[in-house]
Ligand binder design. Structure first.
Ligand code: FMN
Ligand code: SF4
Length: 603
């Protein structure tokens, strides 16, 4: 056994208090240092934290950013979501392959550079993008891809790939990223000058119950997608039995087409941390966690610094309010979309695979480490700070009947001005499309791949929880786009990201994808449309968690609004043979043995 591995693993585990619930940090650190988490390393980790190798292995095999198989010193991950592909990601990938002399998923012979494809990295407004170790490179073309490889071969330092800095805090000395915020429309809630501590001061002057009442009166609903009333969730958690309670902020933002949380983390981290602290006060928690997706690791030093500054100002730590202590730790993710689902996210924070759990019990009763826990989205916590600062009435006045306030939208695709927009709930899709310069859009996918695809006849519909609900993702598709290509890409994503626990999702999404592929190849029959719809409904009804319960939505909504796209690619069976049946291929062996073709082929 290599001495240095043994010493390094021991040191890494010690830094994490030899605590098995810190497994994510441990395996990430080992991966970073050695390019893999080898069998040997797993044995060592298991011994150090008092676990079993198989448990370590189950974590390593689950997350895309850690692996047992060695990877290069530099890993290039090219984003392969549909928006990036619309803007040339396939050609960029090809250029990387040619320049490196390897295929996707391979490592150069000298073990230096690995090339991979990865689902949405949260940069759809500056696509195509890639992540090189933790460094984000955006708005790529094939020449830049080739240049990146040449540069890396020279210095092997991804940080030196950043030749120009982005706007706002992207240029901060602790970020130094070429990422752009692209904030196109500022509203009254999120992007404004915020004075640290003001909202918290108002909160701790109230009782915790009064704080929850304010959040209820503001009619604040969760901004992560489902729109559950925040105050109600907090009340359940406050009422749950347990001395220790937790606040978790969900910054996993893995839904393709969503990137507004990335911009909030870059520009409004203080506002968000303040909201988490207010939540801690309201529910009686002393500890909080920010679960940050692995793709946003470049923001980690900056966010740690914001936390340090808040501690220095007495806004975190002991005595934040009278008799109220609260602190926040950042938990890194490691490349898994399903970890955005709150129970999977909690498992991941506990150092386990990100498998969603059955509910009940809900996190409010039994969450992180078995304790009552609230999980809220980044934007939700920002809204909380503003509600406390400006008052519940101010907030509740904005928006529509069932959806108070504003919503951040991440808009990408075929539009003139992709980026982040803060709009009041109740804004119509037609108004949104005018704002972004996409009045000619053929279709809009609202709420990411798990949302709904609407067409021109739906542009008078409103952005709100009772109509067009979205966690923020709005993808625009112009008149020339092939919507079945889009749906195929969405199904690819779900097949890849299903945790595999339940059969309807694991198998059903593969079958749905095959059905869409069959249509794209022109081999569909009219009856296949009903088959696809039935299968989609079954997957929705029988899957265990939100991933499988929503993954068929794009198929169902395109069947409803764009049926012609499917019908134009179907044809009835001819001579009793299905269009995808190749008689020549099927009878090839028999023809060879018999020395003649089937009579049907001769006819
Ligand atoms: C597959 C899947 C992925 C999800 N990803 C996210 C995410 O990235 N961010 C998020 O806030 N919520 C996500 N959610 C919703 C969370 O489970 C949870 O409802 C949310 O974090 C609650 O916060 P909110 O009430 O403030 O919206 C996801 C749900 C599912 C089923
Ligand atoms: S629905 Fe899919 S992601 Fe959710 S538990 Fe089942 S297999 Fe896993």
């Amino acid at each position: 056994m290599s001495e240095s591995l043994e010493a390094a693993v021991a040191e890494i585990c010690r830094e994490c208090n030899n605590d098995s619930t810190r497994m994510m940090d441990i395996v990430r650190a080992v991966q970073e240092r050695f390019g893999c988490v080898s069998g040997e390393a797993m044995e060592l980790i298991a011994k150090a934290v008092g676990s079993h190798r198989v448990e370590v292995e189950s974590v390593v095999s689950f997350y895309a950013f850690v692996s047992e198989k060695p990877k290069g010193k530099v890993v290039i991950r090219v984003c392969n979501d549909i928006i990036d592909r619309m803007f040339g990601a396939d050609q960029v990938t090809e250029a990387f392959c040619e320049e490196l002399g390897i295929g996707l998923g391979e490592t150069t012979a000298d073990g230096a550079i690995t090339l991979e494809a990865t689902p949405c990295v949260g940069m759809c407004d500056q696509a195509p993008a890639a992540i090189v170790n933790d460094v984000v490179v955006t708005s790529l073309n094939t020449d830049q891809a080739r240049q990146i490889v040449r540069d890396l071969k020279g210095h092997m330092d991804p940080k030196r790939l950043v030749t120009k800095l982005g706007d706002g805090n992207n240029a901060h000395e602790l970020v130094q990223a070429m990422v752009q915020n692209n904030i196109r429309q500022r509203g009254p809630v999120i992007f404004y000058d915020f004075t640290s501590g003001q909202a918290l001061e108002k909160a701790v002057a109230l009782t915790p119950v009064e704080v929850i009442r304010a959040v209820n009166n503001a009619r604040l609903r969760g901004r992560g997608g489902a729109g559950f009333p925040a105050g109600m969730k907090w009340q359940f958690t406050r009422d749950a039995e347990g001395d220790q309670k937790y606040v978790i902020c969900n910054a996993d933002e893995g839904e393709p087409g969503t990137f507004k949380d990335r911009v909030v983390l870059t520009e409004c981290a203080d506002l968000m941390f303040e909201g988490m602290t207010i939540a801690g006060y309201a529910i009686g928690a002393t500890k909080g966690l920010l679960y940050l997706r692995g793709e946003y690791a470049y923001l980690l030093p900056f966010l740690e610094n914001v936390l340090a500054e808040r501690r220095a100002k007495g806004l975190l730590g002991e005595g934040v309010g009278e008799g109220f202590d609260f602190d926040i730790r950042i938990q890194m993710g490691a490349g898994s979309y399903v970890c955005g689902e709150e129970t999977a996210l909690i498992s991941s924070c506990e150092g386990e695979r990100g498998d969603p759990k059955n509910r009940p019990p809900f996190p409010a009763q039994k969450g992180y480490l078995g304790c009552p826990t609230i999980v809220n989205n980044v934007e939700t916590f920002c809204c909380v700070s503003r509600v406390l600062e400006e008052g519940a009435g101010w907030f509740a006045k904005m928006g529509s009947d069932g959806s108070a306030g504003t919503k951040l939208l991440s808009i990408s695709g075929d539009c003139k001005s992709p980026g982040v927009y803060e709009v009041e709930f109740g804004t119509t899709m037609a108004e949104v499309l005018k704002l972004v310069g996409a009045e000619d859009a053929k279709a809009v996918q609202v709420g990411g791949p798990s949302g709904q695809m609407i067409g021109r006849d739906g542009y008078d519909r409103k952005i709100c929880y009772d109509d067009l609900a979205t966690g923020g993702s709005i993808m625009v598709f112009g008149p020339e786009r092939d919507l079945l290509e889009v749906i195929d890409a969405f199904m690819d994503f779900f097949v890849e990201e299903s945790c595999g626990y339940c059969t309807p999702c694991r198998v059903g999404n593969v079958l749905l994808k095959r059905g869409v592929e069959k249509m794209r190849e022109g081999k569909g029959e009219p009856d296949d449309l009903e088959y696809l719809a039935d299968l989609a409904k079954t997957v929705k009804a029988a899957s265990r968690c939100g991933l499988g319960q929503t993954s068929p939505n794009p198929i169902l909504t395109t069947l409803e609004h764009f049926r012609g796209e499917y019908e134009s690619r179907t044809k009835p069976a001819e001579d009793g043979l299905q269009p995808d049946f190749d008689l020549k291929e099927a009878t090839g062996d028999a023809s060879q043995i018999a020395g003649r073709d089937s009579v049907h082929l001769q006819a």
